[in-house]
Design a protein around this ligand. Sequence first.
Ligand code: ZN
Length: 238
Amino acid sequence: MWDCHCHLAQLEDLPGRLESARRQGIHGWLSCASDRDSWARQQEIARMPGVLLAQGLHPWYADQGCDGLESLLPEAVAIGECGLDFHRARDPEAREGQKQVLRTQLQLARHSGKPVVLHCVRAHQALLQEMEAFPEVRCMIHGFLGSTADAQAWLRRGDYLSLGPHALSRSDLMRHLPLDRVLIETDAPSRGASLLDLRPVLEAWQQIQPLQPELFQTNLFRFLGRERDQAWGRQFKP
Ligand SMILES: [Zn+2]
């Protein structure tokens, strides 16, 4: 089972935590960058079994700028976590700052052909509008908690929606989202989540639909454009 969005660089005693997660049937993690300080730690983590990297700059840290990000992309399978957070950025100037840093990262996605992990808080319309200039860039909206209308807009673009522990009560999403475009995540350690919070998300979904955990690996590999690369996929055996 894959944790399709977490922040391993922020966890203490990482080998021990990954081992406990493995005992719960979790064998892969897409570890996403947050601020610039996380970038070097992410590079170290990339050598651990079952770990894939997304490198990028979270909108909360937009004022740090993302110079130098491009040189980290060869070791990353995706760009992120990036996006827009209009709950954090209340005034037009701060929102514009987030947009500029997002556009730089979307250009890197276009040139590298890598997909993007998006953070979106109170900004679905603005973010969809930004994406209009990048129709070819594939996205995962992580920690999705939007309306079904928001979901439809992302699905029309061909994007993926990732549900975490905060979506446990969203049986509407679990019932209606197309099963070839969904992912699960913990976002650990954000909002106090642990790497062990993945199984409850799977189990809540399984109470609604008879889905298998392998579904999320298949979807993640397709999101990453690696679904046909069997030699690559073999290193992530459960
Ligand atoms: Zn996150």
